[in-house]
Design a protein around this ligand. Structure first.
Ligand code: ADP
Ligand code: MG
Length: 405
């Protein structure tokens, strides 16, 4: 069991403030993932939790005990790094046993712990091999094994898969998920800049940006209810499109007139007085679909990328000043290059931002109903991209219950 509580945690190097005001409660048994752009302070935060980096301000508690001045070895934590840092002249077993030998454990205890870790990580046949006779994925498993033998309450991972090639990264990611499932009461904190790892592994994701926490939530909650444009564009690939416009009619469903004259219906409530408010309409590439009816976007396809399962359409690539609009259509669409297409999206799939902040959160997170995922209509491929009956076209009838978020 290990709850972690960070209160007002800050870090500065000399005059340079790297992190400030980090408040975070991590429950025992949770799998927490820190994501954010390179240099935003993910490793620094993890190393402060590990005790490898001094905490400049605020407090870290583990199970109610203040940890700021407790040395790393006494925090009940083990850390796995991106570089496996195995001892090249030691076997797999000896690499895993090293910390236990230092700690003065008996031969029997060490044998049992390394056997158990070997089994959990499917390394049993390799226990007597040297690291050079292992694949990259196996070496990273040995590094994880070194953590497991110590049976820590909290596992910290800093980009453990970054050195692996794409296929191994997927395989090892799944192994880490299974490892966590086999240790439900152990807490894991995992740092990555890879949003697929974050989405697939995390119970909750912590998005770090600009020296602080941008948003904390379940992966799909961040995807469907991003608190601001940064999170909206960081989670999801390709990134969410932002189309500037202004509010023209308010109510449970908001009408937005986009620059250029097209309009969109958005299932996010606005109120009297919001008319004329400048907004960015957020639409994910995968939520866009072709339409003959009213469109929220119309443009000439400058470039297509056919990936088989989906086709990406790029608009506005000719102008280096402009961020291209991207649509992701399920399946194969030959011959769209150079054609003008009209695209729409469900009102429930759209997002609205004012001065970078989502209008969903204007009354604080408390003002929102509890999150539940927007489930794809049964039998419809592509989920969110499939038309919903009454709201299938922009300007069509909107169901009275309003937002389903
Ligand atoms: N020892 C240090 N001295 C000064 N600045 C540092 C030191 N370690 C990290 N930083 C700075 O702190 C910021 C966050 O670094 P880091 O936590 O490694 O980012 P991330 O892991 O998110 O890529 C970076 O701007 C980095 O340059
Ligand atoms: Mg880092």
């Amino acid at each position: 069991m290990a709850d972690l509580k960070l209160t007002g945690v800050a870090k500065s190097y000399g005059d340079v403030q790297v992190l400030s005001d980090i408040d975070l409660d991590i429950r025992s048994g949770e799998f927490i993932v820190f994501v954010g752009p390179s240099g935003c302070g993910k490793s620094t935060l993890l190393r402060m939790i590990a005790g490898l980096e001094r905490i400049s301000g605020g407090t870290l508690d583990i199970d109610g005990q203040r940890m700021n001045d407790i040395p790393p070895s006494q925090r009940g934590i083990a850390m796995v790094f991106q570089s496996y840092a195995l001892y090249p002249h030691m076997t797999v077993r000896d690499n895993m046993a090293f910390a236990l030998k230092i700690a003065g454990q008996s031969k029997d205890q060490i044998r049992e712990a390394t056997d158990r870790a070997g089994k959990m990580l499917q390394l049993t046949p390799y226990l007597d091999r040297l690291p050079k006779a292992l694949s990259g994925g196996q070496r990273q498993r040995v590094a994880i094994g070194r953590a497991i033998v110590r049976d820590p309450k909290v596992y910290l991972f800093d980009e453990p898969l970054s050195n692996l090639d794409a296929a191994l990264r997927v395989a090892t990611r799944i192994e880490i998920a299974q490892l966590k499932a086999s240790m439900p009461d152990r807490t894991m904190i995992y740092v990555t800049h890879d949003q697929t790892e974050a989405m697939t592994l995390a119970d909750r994701i912590v998005v770090l940006a600009g020296g602080g926490i941008a948003q904390v939530g379940a992966p799909l909650e961040l995807y469907e209810r991003p608190v601001n444009e940064f999170v909206a564009q960081f989670i999801g690939s390709p990134a969410m499109n932002l189309l500037p416009g202004r509010v023209t009619s308010v109510g449970p469903v908001t009408t937005v007139e986009l620059d250029g004259g097209l309009t969109a219906q958005v299932a996010i409530p606005t109120r009297a007085g919001d008319e004329g408010m400048p907004v960015n309409l957020g639409v994910r590439p995968e939520d866009m679909r072709e339409t003959d009816g009213p469109a929220l976007f119309e443009g000439k396809v400058d470039l297509t990328e056919a990936l088989g399962e989906v086709t990406l359409l790029y608009f506005g690539t000719g102008d280096a000043e402009v961020v291209p609009i991207i649509a992701k259509l399920p399946g194969i669409h030959p011959g769209l290059n150079g054609r003008t297409v009209r695209l729409t999206a469900d009102p429930q799939a759209l997002h609205l931002f004012h001065k970078g902040e989502s209008l969903l959160y204007r009354d604080g997170p408390e003002g929102l109903p509890p999150y539940s995922p927007r489930v794809a209509p049964s039998g419809a491929p592509g989920g969110a991209a499939a038309p919903a009956q009454d709201v299938s076209e922009q300007g069509g009838t909107i169901k009275p219950e309003g937002p389903v978020r």
